[in-house]
Design a binder for this molecule. Structure first.
Ligand code: COA
Length: 332
């Protein structure tokens, strides 16, 4: 019997209706459309405004979209991984709630947190379960409600992030399609440069932490930017080298959408023409765990069976990496 690989066989997605444009941000903080567009490539982002709804709301919508499109019985799903940095509530798993709500009653489920690399790591984890023949149907959802941890008086961060969710189904493949190779890394040196100071075990929530605004994302943008460019490009080069690929063999670069300049730097180093680079940052900003599956969701019709996809991400921690995957189907 030929080797089993883990293939993406369906995609779903969801973004909230509410659009926060650069123009609206101009009225909230000292910024302007020209600065945001030229420094980041972002024009607008989606915000989940529904009261009492968290990340699971979007994760469920993305999963339901996938289930309806693929016409699968959710009872057949064996594992649900929700990649997220903004779980609904501490302690109780967002994935458990999501799985129950979508009717995946025979699945076990868990959250996976690796900041902006969460989805990439989740893809790797899920693929191992498929390759080992342990499970045959795994749902990986990347979802984040970044607006819940952003200070909308801080122009350094509020212009970047947005809310959204994307989902993929992983199934065994015997045609040599699916995940081919991965290069994943992390380095704790990054902890100081991109984080939320309070609310964790080091500095639990108190009146003081709230008064001092320590429950919002804080980042040293320039440092994160430099690391992101170097590490993401490096990971892509490694994965190409290891698989004897050049830019010409790559059909699509699927890069984390944090900053258009980071994406351009990585794609230039791979000598990729612009039309091979998937981008939707102008519409959604940085949705953290959702950027990669939302790219697949938006560009699903462009992807053809056998296409070579190179995923790349970089995030807080630091965490980063690249995955080489052969696309497994043509969508109608
Ligand atoms: N509008 C207008 N001006 C702004 C601004 C805003 N929203 N944010 C910062 N500025 C100003 C700064 O105050 C600074 O002014 P000064 O030169 O008078 O001090 C100037 O613009 C340059 O700021 P800087 O922070 O050096 O800009 P930058 O070119 O590094 O861009 C980021 C800032 C955040 C867009 C960029 O660093 C970045 O994208 N970093 C990586 C972010 C990221 O990927 N995070 C998620 C992890 S995946």
């Amino acid at each position: 019997m030929s080797k089993i690989s883990a293939a993406i066989t369906a995609v779903g997605g969801y973004v909230p209706d509410f659009i926060l444009s650069n123009k609206v941000l101009e009225g909230m903080v000292d910024t302007n459309d020209e600065w945001i567009t030229s420094r980041t490539g972002i024009k607008e982002r989606r915000i989940l405004k529904n009261e009492n709804e968290g990340t699971s709301y979007m994760a469920i919508k993305a999963a339901e979209d996938l289930i309806a499109k693929k016409n699968i019985n959710p009872k057949e799903i064996e594992l649900v991984i929700v990649a997220t940095t903004t779980p609904d509530i501490p302690v109780a798993s967002t994935a458990a709630y999501t799985a129950t709500k979508i009717g995946a009653v025979n699945a076990f489920s868990y959250d996976l947190q690796a900041a902006c690399s969460s989805f990439l790591y989740a893809l790797s984890t899920a693929a191992s379960f498929i390759e080992s023949k342990r499970y045959k149907k795994i749902l990986v959802i990347g979802a984040d409600k970044m607006s819940s941890i952003i200070d909308y008086t801080d122009r350094a961060t509020c212009i970047i992030f947005g809310d959204g969710a994307g989902a993929v189904l992983l199934e065994p493949n015997q045609e040599g399609l699916g995940l081919q190779d991965e290069y994943l890394r992390s380095d704790g040196v990054g902890r100081e440069f991109l984080k939320i100071d309070a609310g964790g075990s080091i500095l639990p929530a108190s009146h003081k932490t709230i008064d001092e605004g320590k429950h919002f994302v804080h980042q040293e943008g320039k440092t994160v930017f430099k690391y992101a460019v170097s590490k993401m490009s490096d990971a892509c080069s490694k994965i190409l080298e290891r698989n004897n690929l050049t830019g010409e063999d790559v059909d699509w670069l699927v890069p984390h959408q944090a900053n258009l300049r980071i994406i351009d730097a990585a794609s230039n180093r791979m000598k990729l023409p612009e039309e091979k680079v998937l981008k939707n940052i102008h519409r959604y900003g940085n949705t953290t765990s959702a950027t990669l599956p939302l790219l697949l969701f938006d560009f699903e019709k462009n992807l053809k069976k056998g296409d070579n996809l190179i995923f790349a991400a970089f995030g807080g921690g630091f965490t980063w990496g690249s995955i080489y995957l052969k696309w497994a189907y043509n969508s109608n």
